[in-house]
Design a protein around this ligand. Structure first.
Ligand code: PMV
Length: 327
């Protein structure tokens, strides 16, 4: 008897948050306190192959060719439990994942990782969840992963519960010729990951104020994208990033991700914009700076950035698509 193999391969991109997700109303289900909005990063690829196999006695997770154990394996195995439950199967799986961008570049890879894993694992298990269902599922692995499922310019709708908390594409990647210049100033592994960071957010007296302003900033950001209004985008993206880092710094214990080079990059980007260049800066949970620029400014901005003290590397990404099955 020939049985169909329970395996599939998917590709997904990381994303940069223009309006940040920081803090949950339910940590277990990763239900966020607010909506958030991001751009998927083309050319930065996570490719994940999943195969459910009756011969396995436990899940296996191989990342960039290296067998994982401990917390990394447990996070993948818990995620696979959701898929097994949905599909009504009890087979263990082998998950092989690789990133084409250096893990030392300090780009959060969990968004791409769980978007690709959600798609590959459900496809391998014979499930067709549709985009919203897949985004919901990816959210359980890493909140920001839900935005990598639709890709392009994506907004995560916080929802009223598990069923309606997922991301939708508000504009396709080709809508706006933006570039993300990812300015690497530090290659070390961050000491506090975002799952722990979300839990700390509530300890900051600034968090309630930040949260209260998000609907207005989301509206500004959505409008700026739909109208391709760079100056409006720049102002709201920089403001929202500052709010998140203000909350981080005033948490208990405080989270301080920036290095002096982070400040140097931001300071210069602001000066260049004041001179008329279409560039702005945003920082996720780490010291590296994402400089968002109009494509026509990218070559100029990249050269300027490379000349700044403390800049180790500059990666370039255009708006990317959503998670997809590949052969
Ligand atoms: O998805 P997580 O739990 O890794 O959190 C992502 C947090 C930020 O990158 C700082 C902001 C965001 O919205 O992506």
């Amino acid at each position: 008897m020939i049985t169909a193999k329970l395996q599939a391969t998917a590709l997904a991109h990381p994303n940069i948050a223009f309006i940040k997700y920081w803090g949950n109303r339910d940590d277990q289900l990763r239900l966020p306190l607010t909506g958030s909005l991001s751009m998927a990063l083309d050319g930065l690829d996570t490719v994940t192959h999943v195969s459910f196999d009756p011969d396995l006695a436990a899940d296996r997770f191989i990342l960039n060719g290296m067998e994982q154990s401990g917390a990394a394996l447990n996070r993948v195995a818990s995620f696979l439990d959701h898929v097994r439950q949905l599909a009504g199967i009890n087979l263990f799986a082998q998950v092989e994942s690789s990133n084409n961008y250096p893990s030392s570049a300090g780009i959060a890879s969990s968004a791409a990782a769980f978007a690709a894993l959600a798609l590959a694992a459900t496809k391998a298990a014979g499930l067709e969840l549709g985009e919203a269902g897949l985004s919901r599922l990816a959210r359980l692995g890493s909140g920001s992963a839900c935005r990598s499922v639709p890709g392009g310019f994506a907004e995560w709708l916080p929802g009223s519960g598990d069923a309606d908390s997922y991301a939708v594409q508000i504009a396709p990647p080709e809508h706006w010729d933006l570039v993300d210049l990812i300015v690497v100033v530090d290659r070390s592994e961050k000491a506090v990951g975002s799952s722990a960071g979300h839990k700390l957010a509530a300890t900051s007296p600034l968090q309630a104020l930040r949260v209260a302003g998000v609907p207005e900033r989301l509206e500004q950001c959505r409008t700026a994208i739909l109208m391709r209004d760079f100056e409006r985008l720049a102002q709201v993206v920089e403001l929202d990033s500052e709010w998140m880092h203000a909350v981080m710094r005033t948490s208990n214990p405080p989270l301080y991700y920036w290095t002096p080079a982070t400040e140097v990059v931001i300071w210069n980007v602001r000066a260049w914009r004041a001179q008329g260049h279409a560039v702005c800066a945003t920082v996720d949970a780490g010291p590296n700076v994402h400089v968002i620029a109009l494509a026509e400014e990218a070559a100029w901005a990249e050269a300027q950035l490379r000349a700044l003290p403390g800049v180790l590397e500059v990666l370039k990404a255009k708006p990317g698509g959503g998670a997809r099955i590949i052969n």
